[in-house]
Design a protein around this ligand. Structure first.
Ligand SMILES: Nc1ncnc2c1ncn2[C@@H]1O[C@H](COP(=O)(O)OP(=O)(O)OP(=O)(O)O)[C@@H](O)[C@H]1O
Length: 321
């Protein structure tokens, strides 16, 4: 089975009457890193909380590693490790006791060697006998990850893993996520940071207003980023695109005053020279040329705005959350 998670027609209306998810369909592939990107209140946490069995769906179905999350809750839940947004550790426990307890809660037999490996991978081994409350904020976050990995899940959810963490810890987290993927763990992370999705993900999903508005390979999105536009400001407005240049990807804007040519900037032949020669032959004169390149951020903001919502743009890593 290639898809480790199958989400079909998932809808959530909270008791308040607020609809947080609207018929979401999503398949997560085994072994991938999937980034779920969306502005505040988009429904990211609701979606992963339902998959993890913390919130009940109103309608729709979720199957995790072949187990229906409602009918076969325990088996589905055991396949998952969840790193929540909020710190949820018992502050008076030691790091070691926290991990041991968490593993036991999933009914897994004690395995000191596994817990040691997890702690060493997260640079927490030296802290294993310390009480959680004595750790720094960054270390507390690492403990959350260690705890989520204590029962050897095949799937790890990270809900905004790097919100409010410093650059060094963010780099460490990214490194750790890559190592986990290399060991076969499927990873789903939610983020506001486009940069994080760009850096980490194999595929990116964009959610807004409870609707999944795009799911695409990151590589394909990056190709779109390689798309450039050339705006040709015409001397005289055109009513329609001339037949002689019908083969180019052209659009008329601003009541025919601007001819916009979209091309692949990564290609050797952009076609610009030939396009301009053809326009000249047709007697179409221009007064200015202007080129622009779209970024993943532009694509994202465009998508979110096209969805008809008034929302703030996502942040670049490093900006305040
Ligand atoms: N228990 C609840 N009762 C009512 N409404 C809720 C509840 N939990 C969440 N919501 C609403 O559902 C919407 C989606 O919330 P959710 O936490 O899933 O968004 P999010 O994308 O994770 O946002 P953020 O990036 O801010 O964490 C929000 O408008 C939120 O106010």
């Amino acid at each position: 089975m290639n898809d480790i998670i199958q989400v079909t027609g998932l809808t959530k209306t909270y008791a308040s009457g607020f609809q947080a998810l609207d018929k979401v369909d999503l398949n997560i592939r085994r072994g991938e890193i999937f980034a779920l990107l969306g502005p505040n209140g988009a429904g990211k946490t609701t979606l992963i909380s339902i998959i993890c069995g913390i919130v009940n769906p109103t309608a729709g179905r979720v199957v995790v590693d072949g187990h229906d999350i409602v009918r076969d809750y325990r088996a589905a839940r055991t396949a998952i490790g969840l790193v929540p947004q909020e710190l949820t550790n018992n502050m008076f426990d030691t790091v070691w006791a926290t991990l041991k307890l968490s593993r036991g809660l999933f009914g897994k037999p004690a395995d000191a060697a596994h817990l040691e490996k997890v702690l060493r991978d997260l640079s927490l081994w030296d802290k294993r006998n310390e009480k959680i409350m004595s750790l720094s904020g960054g270390m507390k976050r690492r403990v959350l990850i260690a705890k989520a990995l204590s029962h050897e899940p095949d799937i790890l959810f990270l809900d905004e893993p790097t919100a409010g963490v410093d650059v060094e810890l963010r780099r460490d987290m990214w490194e750790m996520v890559r190592k986990l993927r290399a060991s076969g763990v499927t990873i789903i992370l939610t983020t506001h940071y486009i940069e994080e999705a760009e850096e980490m993900a194999d595929r990116i999903g964009v959610i807004n207003g409870g609707k999944l508005i795009l799911v695409e390979e990151k590589a394909a999105l990056m190709r779109k980023m390689g798309t450039k536009q050339l705006s040709i400001h015409l001397q005289q407005p055109l009513e329609q695109i001339p037949v002689a240049v019908a083969d180019y990807q052209l659009a008329l804007e601003q009541e025919g005053h601007i001819l916009v040519y979209t091309f692949d900037a990564l290609k050797e032949q952009t076609g610009i020279a030939e396009l301009l020669r053809t326009l000249a032959r047709e007697g179409i004169e221009f007064k200015d040329l202007h080129s622009s390149q779209s970024s993943l951020e532009d694509i994202f903001v465009g998508l979110v705005h096209n969805a008809g919502e008034s929302v703030s743009a996502p942040q670049r890593a490093g900006e305040a959350s």
